[in-house]
Write a protein that binds this ligand. Structure first.
Ligand code: OOG
Ligand code: NI
Length: 465
């Protein structure tokens, strides 16, 4: 950083994430209830499962656990997406991954803005799943033109936020007072508005095309639609939700329960109906449901081979189910998932030997005490076997397209299943974004590699790779 008065982007992100959580808890009290449930569950797991506690301490994740959350927003135009990309960059967040949701009948494609280096993730792992509406998928030319012109009239950023983004870009950062203003103004983009920008009839038309289109087009800005805390045991939270008057979706998305969690498991509760005033109404006579609650449990990041195996087993289970998972087939779905996932090794040692997951390497006391000749010529695997190095899985920091589709679907209702002839268009997405998205697998490989290099330095084995 060029100027010592600048606040580090990681700390800006940490402050923004906290401010966002405070705002959302005030707007959606159920989110507060969910946070408490998750905090209690996590404390319980840490107490009853020393192995998890040890693992989280070794990786440092224990320190970020209470801060950890992701949010989601949906924007309407390429210009909005490009400016968001600049806004998130001020907080050290970059677009990672490309997710196509059209196969699931949701007319958006998405990326996740997040920090990319393990040290930055440690300060704040805050992520925002960001979707761009694909207006080209609206069939009626009149409705499409109406949606376009409505979106063209709105500005989702405050003038001050735009000024501070430009300031950060020109000078390379923001000082303390600018940071305060930035957090305050950036937050405005994500705030809920009780008044819509269209009439009740126009809202109905948009909603009839797809509920998600109404959610994006009919409002002043991309309200944050959920904030998701990270739990250490999602099955406990899923079972506890009804006890607290919260109704979860029928199935947990992602892999089944395992000894060694992989990727990401998620569940949510349904969007709330909230009062809305349309432009032809004085008071809030209408209603709209967009905001919901979600919980997630994160596990090991998988290599391309591990991910291919995951996708194959997930698809096989879903093919056998022959339908989207729902209330009626939930038990059978869970059973099919457990059966198919028996083919996925469930020890970290096997996952490492078969190259299915990414790991972080640490030196052990024994390794640091060993003499040069004891270590000389040993490969990485031999060093691990001999107890000179130990490993911990790298946590998955990203999202899963099939899971995301399930979360969208459960919150948009059954009416939201459309069939689109067009599919992924990463090129168009990146053109709108103004840059390319980062390949998440490359990030995990880099983190793993950096940890190996560190071990090589600590053991005075510069050739270790
Ligand atoms: C995003 C849904 C996807 C996740 O965690 O996979 C999602 C949305 O509803 O805008 O949040
Ligand atoms: Ni989510």
């Amino acid at each position: 950083m060029s100027n010592p008065n600048f606040v580090s982007p990681d700390l800006i992100r940490q402050r923004f994430s906290r401010a966002m959580s405070d705002m959302y808890r005030e707007e959606v009290p159920l989110y507060g209830a969910l946070m408490e449930l998750v905090a209690r569950t996590n404390a319980q797991v840490l107490e009853s499962d020393p192995a998890i506690a040890r693992q989280l301490r070794a990786t440092g994740e224990i320190e970020r656990l209470d801060l950890e959350r992701h949010g989601a927003i949906r924007v309407g135009t390429g210009e909005e997406l490009a400016t968001l990309c600049r806004l998130f960059a001020v907080m050290g967040m970059q677009p990672v991954g490309y997710y196509d949701l059209t196969p699931a009948g949701v007319p958006v494609h998405s990326t996740a803005f997040r920090a990319v280096h393990e040290d930055a993730l440690q300060v704040s792992p805050f992520r925002v799943f960001t979707s761009l509406l694909r207006l080209e998928l609206i069939e009626s030319p009149e409705l499409r033109a109406f949606a376009e012109s409505t979106l063209a009239k709105r500005s989702i950023f405050t003038p001050k936020a735009l000024e501070l983004i430009a300031q950060a870009e020109q000078h390379g950062g923001l000082d303390e007072s600018q940071t305060q203003q930035f957090v305050e103004h950036a937050l405005e983009t994500f705030r809920w508005h009780r008044s819509a920008t269209v009439t009740a009839a126009q809202y109905q038309q948009l909603s009839a095309q797809h509920r998600l289109i109404a959610d994006v087009v009919a409002f002043k800005g991309p309200h944050i639609n959920h904030l998701t805390p990270r739990t250490l045991d999602i099955d406990i939270v899923q079972a506890q939700m009804p006890v607290h008057g919260i109704t979860p979706k029928a199935v947990i998305e992602g892999p089944p329960r395992r000894q060694c969690p992989i990727l990401l498991r998620q569940t949510s509760f349904k969007a709330l109906d909230e009062p809305i005033a349309f432009t032809d109404q004085q008071q809030a006579h209408g209603s709209h449901s967009a905001r919901f609650g979600e919980i997630e449990q994160r596990g090991a990041a998988l290599t391309p081979a591990g991910r291919a195996l995951y996708d194959r087993l997930l698809n096989a289970a879903r093919d056998e189910l022959k339908d989207f998972p729902n209330e009626g087939n939930a038990a059978r779905y869970n059973q099919l998932m457990s059966e198919h996932f028996r083919a996925f090794p469930d020890t970290y040692a096997a996952m490492r030997e078969q190259g299915l997951a990414y790991f972080r390497y640490f030196t052990t006391e024994q390794g640091r005490a060993a003499g040069r000749d004891e270590l000389a010529g040993l490969s990485l695997d031999r060093l691990v076997e001999a107890g000179f190095l130990k490993v911990e899985p790298l946590v998955y920091e990203d999202f899963l397209p099939v899971s995301a589709a399930g979360i969208f679907q459960s919150n948009l209702g059954d009416g939201a299943q459309a069939h689109y002839a067009q599919h992924a268009n990463q090129h168009a997405f990146e053109q709108a974004l103004g840059r390319s998205t980062i390949d998440e697998l490359a990030l995990y490989a880099q983190t793993q590699q950096r940890s190996i290099v560190e071990c090589g330095k600590a053991l005075d084995m510069p050739g270790l790779a």
